[in-house]
Design a protein around this ligand. Structure first.
Ligand SMILES: Cc1cc2nc3c(=O)[nH]c(=O)nc-3n(C[C@H](O)[C@H](O)[C@H](O)COP(=O)(O)O)c2cc1C
Length: 222
């Protein structure tokens, strides 16, 4: 598939057919995604292929309370789980909200779930002393997750980066025997998309790019 087409049409797939995603394709996805970049090329990436339904049900169950908050915040006009703006909702309001199936069911209804982890011992987190939530460490693993999605697309499959279950990372680590010095970065359902989307909603270049400074001149097509 042509690169730009793949970049523009690799969507968050949450609705899957009953088609099986074979191990050979998963192997090929990882075989190609392993070329993604990481800080200092330290390659702290690890991936766990989860087919066991009881494990996947547990991952979905762990997502429920997190998805409740997601939905409650959306309904209240907040940006869910914002790294900057705290929620004004009470725990009771969140608890009274139902978790959207689209956020919990893909972990059960997909063909397979890939759990992407990173070895914190080799992750360069240059923002670790800043007075804000850390984001740089993620840059050593999310290119890998994105490449898994692109590779799935190349093979006619699809998936989603999900992070909601990771609010309960300790439980996931116990469930999957993940060592303390590794972080869980993405819990990714994969399978055959019911429908291949071709037009994704994204902000135009003019809204996201400026010249020289954050508040500089809008970057437009010349
Ligand atoms: C860092 C990150 C975390 C995400 N977490 C979740 C998640 O927990 N659950 C989920 O259903 N989708 C999750 N998504 C998928 C986004 O909702 C999706 O990429 C976005 O809405 C764009 O969807 P589209 O490509 O289909 O237009 C996540 C995506 C990213 C990049």
């Amino acid at each position: 598939m042509e690169l730009y087409e793949a970049m523009r049409t690799t969507f968050a797939c949450r609705d899957f057919t009953d088609d099986h995603l074979p191990d050979e394709v998963i192997y090929e996805m990882i075989e190609n995604a392993r070329f993604s970049p990481s800080g200092g090329n330290r390659q702290g990436n690890r991936v766990i292929i989860v087919r066991d339904m009881a494990t996947r049900q547990r991952l979905s169950d762990l997502t429920v309370p997190v998805a409740k908050r997601y939905r409650a915040q959306m309904d209240a006009g907040e940006s869910p789980w914002s790294a900057w703006i705290p929620t004004k909702l009470t725990p009771e309001q969140i608890e009274a909200t139902s978790a959207p199936a689209m956020l919990t069911e893909p972990l059960i209804k997909s063909s397979v779930v890939l759990v992407v982890c990173v070895d914190l011992k080799v992750v360069a987190a240059t923002d670790q002393y800043l007075d804000r939530v850390g984001v740089i460490g993620g840059a050593s693993i999310y290119p890998f997750a994105w490449s898994l999605l692109l590779a799935a697309r190349q093979n006619g499959f699809g998936g989603t980066i999900t992070t909601l279950p990771i609010a309960h990372e300790p439980e996931i680590k116990t469930l999957l025997n993940i060592p303390e010095d590794h972080a869980v970065c993405a819990v990714m359902p994969f399978g055959r998309p019911v429908k291949q989307l071709t037009k994704l909603r994204r902000r135009p270049v003019e809204e996201i790019a400026t010249r020289e400074r954050f508040d500089g001149e809008m970057f437009t097509q010349s």
